[in-house]
Ligand binder design. Structure first.
Ligand SMILES: [Zn+2]
Length: 157
């Protein structure tokens, strides 16, 4: 079955109904989202912004020999993050609606994690992460941020 949906970005797109979603569900979900093209454009813009920011890093603080090592560790971590972001970016077009929804949510967390990593200027703290991959670093920060949000939600209630 084919039908048309006007997206949030005001572009009209035609869809073929998928077996796992009713037309009503799909209509409701899609009309508040960007169309495929706009979604990909927006994500690319955001990724470029993240990558751009990742390349301008603050000066590290600590003893000279610590800073030398820490700079190497940090550079490696950001290279890994950069390459996995680019990989994800290349796969955007093949994502399902569900994956895109999850992705759009995660990208905020991802951006926050990268901002937090960039803000880390203590050389000692970077030395402590020497055995971690860029992916692990990011995942740990996202986990910690989620815990912080959960804790503050509990306090609010
Ligand atoms: Zn659009």
């Amino acid at each position: 079955m084919h039908y048309k949906i006007t997206h949030y970005c005001s572009h009209e797109k035609e869809y073929t109904q998928k077996i796992d979603l009713t037309e009503e569900t799909l209509q409701r979900r899609l009309k508040n989202t960007l169309c495929e093209d706009c979604f990909i454009n927006e994500q690319k813009k955001l990724y470029n912004k993240i990558l751009e920011n990742a390349n301008t890093l603050a000066e590290l603080k600590g003893e000279n020999h610590e800073i030398l090592w820490a700079e190497k560790i940090r550079a490696k971590a950001f290279l890994e993050i950069e390459s996995s972001l680019q990989q994800m970016n290349n796969n955007l077009a093949s994502l399902s609606i569900e994956q895109k929804e999850a992705f759009a949510h995660n990208i905020t967390e991802l951006e926050q994690a990268i901002i937090a990593l960039r803000a880390e200027t203590n050389a000692i703290n970077w030395l402590k992460t020497s055995y971690m991959s860029g992916h692990t670093l990011i995942t740990n920060i996202i986990k910690k941020n989620r815990e912080l949000i959960e804790t503050s939600n509990k306090t609010d209630n």
